[in-house]
Structure formats: C-alpha cells, structure tokens
Design a protein around this ligand. Structure first.
Ligand code: 13P
Length: 284
C-alpha cells in the first residue's frame, strides 16, 4: 500500500463513524511502535511528526527512511507533519516527502489564518499532499508535563466561521477547539458536544480532535458519534513509557540500553493499540 494522504483514510472514517489515530513520533522507536501496531491490527494509522519534535530528529534522513518503510507495508499510512507553524516548515516538510501537513495558524487573527492556510493548500496540491488547519485554538502544550491546562471557552471554534474558513481555504480536514487541551488537563475535561454537532452540521470536511491524552473512552465515543474522525494522541503514551522504564529500573534487574528502549517501545505499542480499539479504527 502506497503512502496515502488524510483524504484516503478519513473518507471511510466519516462514512462508517470511526476515528483514525494520529500518533506522534519523536524518534525511531516511537515511529516503529506506531507502524508495527498498524501492521499487527491491520488498520490505517496517521504517523505524525510535530514541528516541536524536529529538534530530536535528523529530519532529512528520518522522513525519507519513513517513506521507504511505509511503502513496504500492507496498511494505509499517512505521514503527517503536525503543527507546522510557518510556511518555511511546510515547504521543508513537503520537499522531504510528508503526504500530509498541518498548518497551525490558530494563534493568528482570522484573516491571517485564512491567508496562510490558503497558501499552504495551494502549495500542498502540487505535491498531492493533504492539509489540516485549526480554527479556534486548542491550548496547552505537549512539553508542559507539570501543570495541567484548562480549556478556554473564549477560544472555542465558531461554527459559522468554520464553514466560511473551509470554503475560503479548501482544507482537507479541520482541527476544532471544543474543550480539549494538549498535554495534561487541569480538572475534568468537558467536551462541548452541542458545539461539535453544530460545527459538523455546517462543515463538510473531516473534523480533528487534538489533545486526546486524558480523555476517557466515553469522551472519545461521544466525540466520534458527533463527527470527529481524526484523533491526535501523544502525551499519555510518552508518560506511560517513562513510568514503565522507571518500574523496570526499580526492580534492580541488570538491563542494557537497547532492551530498555524495547521496554518503552512495548508500552507505547500497548497504549496505541488500546486507543485504536477505542477509536473503532477500520471497522467494517
Ligand atoms: P496530547 O499530547 O494531549 O495527546 O495531544 C496530542 C496532539 O494533539 C498532537 O497534535
């Protein structure tokens, strides 16, 4: 199966009401964990590399390697640039071979978000890549592991503006702010499902939920039932891997570095696999 874009995997998800997981990789073992689960469960997956993680990677070698690896696979995989913050990053990502890009101009005023996103759509078309954008703003940060964040309703997505945004830009998928945050939550997450329903009734492209970590099975199921087809998920898998490494080290059993990486990777795989089951990915 060739590497695919969001258009190919999210169409089926929209029709059959499930979500495809978008999991972040910041190194080789995380990427392998994501791809191996896709192969073992025989489901599509979105392997995301976020701009904030570029500093951990040699991108010029890593992305071509991933493309080659994915081309040997039987399952559809989207190689997605997550939270690209500038046109330069998007151009770099498209040149390197991402099959999908997210331009995150959600901190800019509406008109500037429209202008930058439209430019990215025009560029990406030349590469056959899909484009995700964000309207409203999902707060928090994946690097912030100490303080949780509370969602700010004043940043939630406006449904009519979302419909106008999609028409004006031609994006393939839209990330919405409906109560989630990146990284840990302060208090109980509350999703505004009425808002999500209204956005879904006015917007005809797939909707994306960022900040999946910390949400319950029930949150995911109601988000999917009301129109979410792509779910971004990272922090919980990363923290669970660290916890597992701590647990193994605390036993005092001698262990070398390669096996320790294996311990972390196995835990990441378990977490990803559980999420894929909850998202109902690839259901017939
Ligand atoms: P979490 O790290 O909170 O799961 O969010 C991931 C995300 O939205 C990546 O774009």
């Amino acid at each position: 199966m060739a590497i695919v874009s969001l258009r190919e995997v999210l169409q089926d998800a929209m029709v059959k009401r499930y979500a495809v997981g978008s999991f972040n990789a910041a190194d080789h073992s995380m990427a392998e964990a994501i791809l191996e689960v896709s192969e073992e469960r025989n489901v599509p997956v979105i392997l995301s590399v976020a701009e904030v993680h570029f500093r951990y990677l040699n991108l010029e070698r890593f992305i071509p390697y991933l493309r080659q690896r994915i081309e040997t696979m039987a399952t559809p995989v989207v190689l997605h640039l997550d939270h690209g913050l500038s046109l330069d990053t998007i151009v770099q990502g498209l040149d390197l071979g991402f099959s999908s890009v997210m331009i995150d101009a959600s901190s800019l005023p509406y008109e500037e978000n429209v202008a930058l996103t439209s430019k990215v759509v025009e560029l990406a078309r030349g590469f056959g890549a899909s484009v995700e954008a964000e309207l409203g703003h999902v707060g928090g940060g994946e690097g912030n592991l100490t303080d949780g964040t509370e969602a700010d309703p004043s940043m939630f997505t406006d449904p009519k503006q979302a419909a106008a945004f999609v028409r004006a830009t031609g994006v393939d998928a839209l990330a919405v702010a409906i109560g989630t945050v990146h990284g840990p939550y302060k208090g109980e997450p509350q999703l505004d499902l009425d808002l999500l329903k209204e956005i879904c009734s006015l917007v005809d492209v797939p909707l994306v939920l960022h900040g999946g970590s910390g949400l319950s099975r029930g949150h995911f199921q109601s988000a999917i039932a009301n129109g979410i087809t792509k779910i971004n998920y990272f922090t919980e898998g990363s923290l669970a891997a660290v916890e597992e490494v701590r647990r193994v080290l605390a036993t005092g059993t001698p262990i070398g570095y390669p096996d320790l990486i294996g311990v972390a990777k196995r835990r990441v795989k378990e977490i990803i696999s559980e999420q894929i089951e909850i998202f109902g990915t690839g259901k017939p």
